[in-house]
Design a protein around this ligand. Structure first.
Ligand SMILES: C[S@@+](CC[C@H](N)C(=O)[O-])C[C@H]1O[C@@H](n2cnc3c(N)ncnc32)[C@H](O)[C@@H]1O
Ligand code: SF4
Length: 383
């Protein structure tokens, strides 16, 4: 393998499950053994280190690691020194690129200034806070535990302790969120010391508390036109503030793009450590057993945690490439598409959904109005 290998490290714990979230995460009440998460931290990190040794023995590459991403769940529930242990182990086994990007997702409720300083000391240089909204009643519908003030405090602490890159995640289109609530969220985010924003339209995932509330008619999902207006408002305000879009749901300033996520979108290689984590190596995908207890049993018994794997067919690889690359600012190279796909796209160039300038320069790249219909354009390419 010649391409560099990134690592995703999954921390499957949260203090409370938010009503909209279907991520692979567990609360103390859901975990029978060891209900105190601080106690879980140490033992859990040992399992991750053991899995990283398996990765080392299976991966034939001497390229240093370009990016690492601690995601969750709530990685900031772990002890910083424990996160540092897994980083030290990866560094000694694989080596780190000089400009390595190491991100941690953080719930604003689970950090203090001292904890953030300890995360920097452990080598983490990028933090992404789950802000979601600045409107307390929207946070209540989302079933979040943090208040808007927590986000201001946490991002300022992150800045003060030396984080080079700070991002916030926002959600728009939550039931009960008005356009002016969303505008207030955007304005509040832009006042924070950040260089990156991810903004996602709320997805009502089946099986969540939110989905049950929608099904019972207790809350109404806003219509698609209002959600599109919110996207346009966000793009306008972020751009004016110097945060430029580089992926459909992501804006950054001053070179603050998340290189780890770009590696996913460009189909690079990564190994996911932890329960339910997915990996992709040279066209092979594999994923681990989902529950932390099953994962622990496998690692402790020296059994591979991989639950299933698949080798992508050429058709699968092509449709993934198109779906992911079209989301990026410079889109897809025209020369990589068939004559039929190119012909299907000409009406979108004429209609202003595909950039005329970039089309002339050999790229298929979405304009602002095209970004609102990315899925339809993908279908035109893959027909
Ligand atoms: C693992 S979480 C982030 C870290 C931390 N657990 C938190 O929530 O503060 C990743 C992000 O995914 C987004 N997300 C999760 N579920 C979503 C959903 N159903 N619809 C839209 N965005 C969602 C949220 O913005 C969230 O911040
Ligand atoms: S804190 Fe984050 S990962 Fe945990 S339940 Fe909420 S959105 Fe999901």
């Amino acid at each position: 393998m010649t391409r560099p290998l990134s690592f995703y490290i999954h921390i499957p714990y949260c203090l409370k499950r938010c009503g909209y979230c279907d991520f692979n995460t567990y609360t103390p009440g859901e975990l029978k053994a060891g209900s105190d998460i601080a106690q879980v931290s140490n033992g859990y990190i040992d399992l991750l280190i053991a899995e990283s040794k398996v990765a080392r023995s299976e991966i034939d590459s001497n390229s240093p690691i370009p990016t690492i991403f601690f995601g969750g769940g709530t990685p900031t529930l772990m002890e910083p020194a424990d996160l540092g242990r897994v980083l030290n182990s990866l560094e000694s086994d694989f080596g780190f690129a000089e400009d390595i990007e190491i991100t941690i997702e953080a719930n604003p409720d689970t950090v203090s200034k001292a904890k953030l300083a300890a995360l920097v000391a452990a080598g983490i240089n990028r933090v992404s806070f789950g802000m979601q909204s600045a409107a307390p009643h929207v946070l209540a519908v989302l079933d979040r535990t943090h208040s808007p003030e927590n986000v201001t405090k946490a991002t300022n602490w992150a800045h003060e302790v030396g984080f080079e890159q700070i991002s916030v995640d926002l959600i728009y289109g939550t039931p009960s969120e008005s356009i002016s609530d969303w505008e207030q969220t955007i304005d509040s985010a832009l006042e924070l010391p950040i260089n990156h924003i991810s903004a996602y339209a709320l997805i009502v995932e089946s099986g969540t508390k939110l989905a049950a509330q929608v099904k019972r008619g207790e809350i109404l999902i806003p219509d698609d036109d209002q959600t599109a207006d919110k996207y346009l408002l966000a793009d306008e305000k972020f751009s004016k503030a110097g945060l430029n879009w580089y992926e459909l749901s992501n804006w950054a300033k001053g070179g603050g793009e998340c290189r780890h996520n770009i590696a996913y979108w460009k189909g690079e290689n990564w190994w996911g450590l932890g329960p339910g984590a997915h990996s992709h190596i040279d066209g092979k995908r594999f994923w681990n057993v989902k529950h932390p207890n099953a994962y622990r049993e496998r690692i402790a018994g020296n059994i591979s945690p991989i639950m299933e794997s698949e080798i992508l067919t050429d058709i699968q690889k092509e449709s993934e490439r198109v779906m992911l690359e079209i989301r990026l600012k410079y889109g897809i190279s025209k020369s990589s598409l068939s004559a039929e796909s190119i012909s299907n796209l000409t009406s979108y160039v004429a209609g202003g959904q595909i950039s005329q300038d970039l089309w002339s320069a050999g790229r298929v790249a979405l304009t602002l109005s095209g970004r609102l219909m990315a899925d339809r354009i993908v279908r035109e390419i893959l027909l």
